[in-house]
Design a protein. Structure first.
Lengths: 114, 538
């Protein structure tokens, strides 16, 4: 299970890195999205991979931390998703603005000389 | 039992800008004056709070000069702790001062070239203040994002082609840096099981083997995010383009944003890696040292090579941030106080310079300005106009004098605060154990000062001794902020003794990680009335 998810995150992040090095702004945006998916998954598995663990709930007596899934990475990943979503949306707006002002979707705002 | 009002003061620098920014959003853009006054009032309140926090941290109000505020009344390390110490209080004060100057400068023109300037300005202050106060790594990420999101908006404020191009790069670079921040956070949490800074510092001692290696990787990745902000070579290529594109008051605030990166490096590095008691002692010091030195060279070369004013200022900011990083990387406890003085002086000087540049450009005839730049390239002789008996116009005299003062502060020549800063840094370096690398840093700082003198002098000669200067019209609201920032530099020079003593106390606290752990982790949560009743009954 660890190997599968590690490869999945690696492929996502690697594709993202390749895409943000591309000259078209939409490719850069897609790359940023893929990278943020990879990072979100990465944060999530930092609470270790568990199967069939119940959430942390209030019970009588002191709970045994080993018997529950770690709630903190879940809280962190939620915040990270929201923030990543907002900043990516902002980049998208800027991208559209740049396209309409410069007339090209190149990241430098002008076509390179071929 | 309720908290003393002074405890709530710690969270006020975050809450005041948040509420004011939200209040400013629905106000119609046509009501400039009202929006400006509310914004200015909020900055004044933040200035007052920062002043009180400075006097309380230094005046023995809190034990060891460290005030702790437990957000949501959860004891650390489970909840988020806000911590104010001398350094945080000082940075809050610096932020409020620079914000007041930038805001006043933007009153007549720059706040009106787009919408929601005032809200974005307050959101940015909220992010900055929060980043200085928080003692939790994930909370730091959130405040960084608040600051960055506002800075994207401010950079694009007055939407033109130049700003869009700079914005595309700036936003993409910072989004990637934020992802690095998250990866670093996740690795540190996986290794140490905590995100509270003081708790992390304490747990380091118990770590070994794989866990420690994982933590080091995490800290390294995390550092990339901060070093992108503080523009360490080779992570700082975005900076000159961004600074040159931003409107002047925004650029002045951006000067502070690079210093936030340096601040976080300083705080975290001293807290986690400065003590010798664990396996990760002095981790990354060499990277900071050599990276900082490379940054100084890059900044100095950039200053010499730039022919536009905006670039000159941007490379100047890179140079000062490189100097700070190299001084932190030296790992000598005696240098930190002097380095903080340099931070104050260079931030005020660069802030004034960013604002001044626009006034300089306004005072130049556009055609002549272009000619004077191309003149050297084509080497054609200039026959000076015959001098006629006209005095220098007051506006031009003001610009010239301010430019001279800025140049003195930035290059570190006597008599202004830049000189005191560099002198005390050298003094601390020589007073400590003199190492070859310390001397190398000293040499680089001196040489970079020389490069800055040459670049600024060339700029000054071309601007003020060339023909074509026109008597620019400037408003009092643009003259006052520049004068105020320079006056603060003079004030720093005059009160250098007490200031350095304060900074030495700051540095002494920073070098005691266990002190933070004691104060933060032992801070009791406030008990509710019923719990208190139960305890007294039982």
């Amino acid at each position: 299970m660890e190997a599968t998810i590690a490869i999945a995150i690696g492929v996502l992040f690697g594709s993202g890195v390749w895409l943000i090095l591309r000259p078209r702004s939409f490719q850069v945006l897609t790359g940023l999205l893929l990278m943020s998916y990879a990072v979100n998954l990465f944060i999530f598995i930092m609470g270790r991979l568990w199967v069939n663990m119940p959430p942390l709930t209030v019970e009588s007596g002191a709970p045994d931390p080993a018997a529950y899934a770690d709630p903190l990475p879940q809280a962190l990943v939620l915040t990270a998703i929201v923030i990543g979503f907002a900043t990516t949306a902002l980049y998208l707006v800027l991208m559209i603005g740049s396209r309409s002002v410069t007339g090209t979707d190149h990241v430098d705002g002008k076509e390179t000389d071929q | 039992m309720t908290l003393d009002w002074s405890q709530h003061l710690i969270v006020a620098p975050v809450l005041v800008p948040l509420l004011v920014a939200a209040l400013l959003v629905p106000l119609n853009e046509t009501r400039h004056q009202v929006k400006f006054l509310i914004n200015a009032g909020a900055v004044a309140v933040q200035f007052g709070i920062a002043l009180m926090l400075v006097s309380m941290t230094d005046g023995g109000h809190w034990q060891d000069g460290i005030g702790v505020y437990l957000a949501a009344n959860w004891a650390a390390p489970f909840g988020i702790a806000l911590v104010v110490d001398r350094l945080a209080a000082l940075m809050l004060l610096l932020t409020a001062l620079l914000a007041a100057c930038a805001l006043l400068y933007s009153m007549m023109r720059w706040s009106r070239i787009g919408v929601h300037f005032h809200s974005l300005f307050q959101f940015m202050l909220m992010g900055l203040n929060g980043a200085f106060l928080t003692h939790d790594l994930f909370n730091l990420f959130v405040f960084f994002e608040v600051m960055l999101a506002a800075s994207y908006g401010l950079l694009l404020h007055g939407y033109n082609l130049k700003r869009i191009r700079a914005g595309m790069q700036f936003i993409a670079v910072n989004l990637v840096a934020s992802l690095m921040f998250l990866i670093g956070l996740a690795l540190i949490y996986a290794a140490a099981g905590t995100l509270n800074m003081a708790d992390l510092a304490m747990r380091l001692e118990g770590l070994g083997g794989d866990q420690l290696a994982l933590l080091k990787v995490g800290a390294g990745v995390l550092a990339i995010a901060f070093l992108v902000k503080s523009a360490m070579w080779p992570l700082g290529f975005w900076l000159p383009i961004t600074y040159a594109a931003a409107s002047p008051p925004v650029a002045a605030m951006f000067v502070l944003m690079t210093k936030v990166g340096v601040y976080v490096v300083l705080r975290l590095w001293l807290l986690l890696f400065s003590s010798d008691s664990h396996g990760a002692a002095s981790f990354g010091a060499d990277v900071l040292l050599w990276g900082g030195m490379a940054t100084i060279v890059f900044g100095a070369a950039g200053m010499l090579a730039s022919d536009r004013h905006g670039d000159l200022a941007g490379y100047g900011a890179i140079m000062s941030s490189g100097t700070l990083l190299a001084l932190i990387g030296l790992g000598e406890s005696g240098v930190v106080g002097a380095a903080l003085f340099y931070l104050l002086s260079s931030t005020l000087g660069m802030g004034a310079f960013m604002l001044l540049i626009e006034l300089v450009e306004r005072s130049r005839n556009p055609v002549e300005a272009m000619l004077s730049l191309t003149r050297e390239a084509f080497e054609f002789e200039e026959t000076p106009d015959q001098p006629v008996g006209v005095g220098i116009p007051a506006a031009l005299a003001f610009i010239g004098l301010s430019f001279g003062a800025c140049a003195l502060v930035i290059t570190g020549l006597p008599p202004l605060s830049g000189f005191v800063a560099k002198f005390s840094v050298f003094h601390a370096l020589l007073a400590g154990e003199v190492r070859g690398v310390g001397l190398a840093v000293m040499g680089l700082v001196i040489l970079s000062g020389l490069a800055a003198i040459i670049a600024l002098m060339r700029f000054g000669v071309r601007t003020f001794w060339a023909s074509g200067a026109i008597n620019a019209r400037m408003h009092l609201s643009e003259v006052v902020p520049v004068s105020l920032l320079l006056f603060l530099c003079v004030f720093l020079t005059l009160r250098a003794g007490p200031m350095l003593e304060y900074l030495e106390r700051t540095s002494a606290t920073l070098h005691q990680p266990q002190l933070y752990a004691q104060r933060v982790l032992a801070e009791p949560a406030v008990m509710s009335a019923s719990a208190q009743q139960a305890r007294s009954d039982g």
